[in-house]
Design a protein around this ligand. Structure first.
Ligand code: ADE
Ligand code: ZN
Length: 337
C-alpha cells in the first residue's frame, strides 16, 4: 500500500471543525428553499465562485451570511449529520466540533434550537456511524466580553453536553486578554478551554491564550515559529496545535501549500494535528487535508503516523479511549512497514 492509501485507511480524529463551516452550497440552497429565504446567488456554481478569499475577514463575511439559512432545529440537525456522514468516508472516528451560538442568537434564533439540533445529530452519528464526539462552544471575539459572558450563561443549562469553550472569528485587534474573565468563569463552571491564536494574530496572542485563558490546545498557532521561546514552551508542555493546512492557504496565511510550515512545526517537536476548519469553504475535508499536505511537503510515513496519533493524544477523550484508537493507528501503519 502506498502512503496515500495508508492515509485513507488511517483512523482519524478531527479537532478543529466549525460546524457552520461544513455548510455545502447544495445544502445552503435546500435550506434557503425550505425556509423561504432568498440567497444572493442564483446557482451552486455562483456560490462556489464567491469563495475566493484574501484574508480571514473576507471569508468570515461570506461565512456568517451563509449561516443565515440555518433556522430550525432540523436545519442544525441536518447540517451536523451531513458532516458526520462525510467524515465517516474519511474514516474519522472522533470529532470535537465548534459551534458559534452568537452567529445564530444574534439573528433571533434561540440557543436551545441550535444546541438541540446539533447534539441530536451527534448522538445519531455516535449510534449509526460509531463516531464519538465532544462539543465546543466558541465565543465570537469581534463581539464584546459582556456578550460572551451572556452566551456562557445561556449555555449553563446545557453544561453536560458541552465539553469546552473556545474563541474564534476576527483575530487581529481582539486578543485573548479581552476574554480573561469569561474564560475564568467557564473554567470555574467545569469547561475545558481552547482558543484560536496565531492564525493571523501575533505569537503574543498564543502566549496570552496559554497564560490568561489556560487553554489545553491552540487552534492554528502557526505563527508560533516567530517566537523561539514560545516554541520551546509549546514543545516542552506538548500543547497541541490544531493546524488546518487548506484553510491557511485559502485565507492567505501561506501563499501555497508547499510554503506551509507544518513540517517545521513537527521538526520543532510540537504536537501538531491536521484538521479541516471550514471544509465546505476551503475545498477539502480532513482526508484531503492529509493527502494534499503529504504531497506538497513530501511527508514520510513516520510523519503521517505521528500526525494521526497526535490527533487522539490531543483529544478530550479519556485515556483508555485514546489508547484504543492509537493502537488501531499503529496496527494500520504496521501493515505497510
Ligand atoms: N471561524 C470559522 N473559521 C475560522 C477561522 N479559521 N478563524 C477564526 N474564526 C473562524
Ligand atoms: Zn477555525
Amino acid at each position: 500500500m502506498d502512503l496515500q492509501g495508508l492515509i485513507r485507511r488511517l483512523p482519524k480524529a478531527e479537532l478543529h471543525l466549525h460546524i457552520e463551516g461544513t455548510l455545502e452550497p447544495e445544502l445552503m440552497m435546500q435550506l434557503a428553499e425550505r425556509n423561504g429565504l432568498a440567497l444572493p446567488y442564483a446557482s451552486i456554481e455562483e456560490i462556489r465562485n464567491a469563495y475566493k478569499f484574501s484574508d480571514l475577514q473576507s471569508f468570515l463575511d461570506i461565512y456568517y451570511a451563509g449561516a443565515a439559512v440555518l433556522q430550525s432545529e432540523a436545519d442544525f440537525h441536518d447540517l451536523t449529520y451531513a458532516y458526520l456522514d462525510r467524515a465517516a468516508q474519511d474514516n474519522v472516528r472522533h470529532v470535537e466540533i465548534f459551534f458559534d451560538p452568537q452567529t445564530h442568537t444574534g439573528r433571533g434564533i434561540r440557543f436551545d434550537t441550535v444546541i438541540e439540533g446539533i447534539s441530536h445529530a451527534l448522538e445519531d452519528g455516535q449510534e449509526r456511524l460509531d463516531i464519538s464526539y465532544r462539543l465546543i462552544l466558541c465565543f465570537l471575539r469581534h463581539l464584546t466580553a459582556d456578550e460572551a459572558m451572556a452566551t456562557l450563561e445561556s449555555a449553563l443549562p446545557y453544561k453536560k453536553r458541552i465539553a469546552a469553550v473556545g474563541l474564534d472569528s476576527s483575530e487581529v485587534g481582539h486578543p485573548p486578554s479581552k476574554f480573561k474573565a469569561v474564560f475564568e468563569r467557564a473554567r470555574a463552571e467545569g469547561f475545558l478551554t481552547v482558543a484560536h491564536a496565531g492564525e493571523e494574530g501575533p505569537p503574543s496572542y498564543i502566549v496570552e491564550a496559554l497564560d490568561l485563558l489556560k487553554v489545553r490546545r491552540i487552534d492554528h498557532g502557526v505563527r508560533c515559529l516567530e517566537d523561539p521561546v514560545l516554541v520551546a514552551r509549546l514543545a516542552k508542555d506538548q500543547i497541541p496545535l490544531t493546524v488546518c493546512p487548506l484553510s491557511n492557504v485559502k485565507l492567505r496565511v501561506f501563499d501555497t501549500l508547499q510554503q506551509h510550515n507544518l513540517r517545521q512545526l513537527l521538526d520543532a517537536g510540537l504536537c501538531v494535528t491536521v484538521n479541516s476548519d471550514d471544509p465546505a469553504y476551503f475545498g477539502g475535508y480532513i482526508g484531503e487535508n492529509f493527502l494534499r499536505t503529504q504531497q506538497a511537503l513530501d511527508l514520510g510515513i513516520e510523519e503521517i503516523h505521528t500526525l494521526a496519533k497526535n490527533a487522539f493524544i490531543a483529544s478530550f477523550l479519556g485515556e483508555a479511549e485514546k489508547a484504543r484508537h492509537i493502537r488501531s493507528v499503529d496496527e494500520i501503519v504496521a501493515t505497510i512497514l
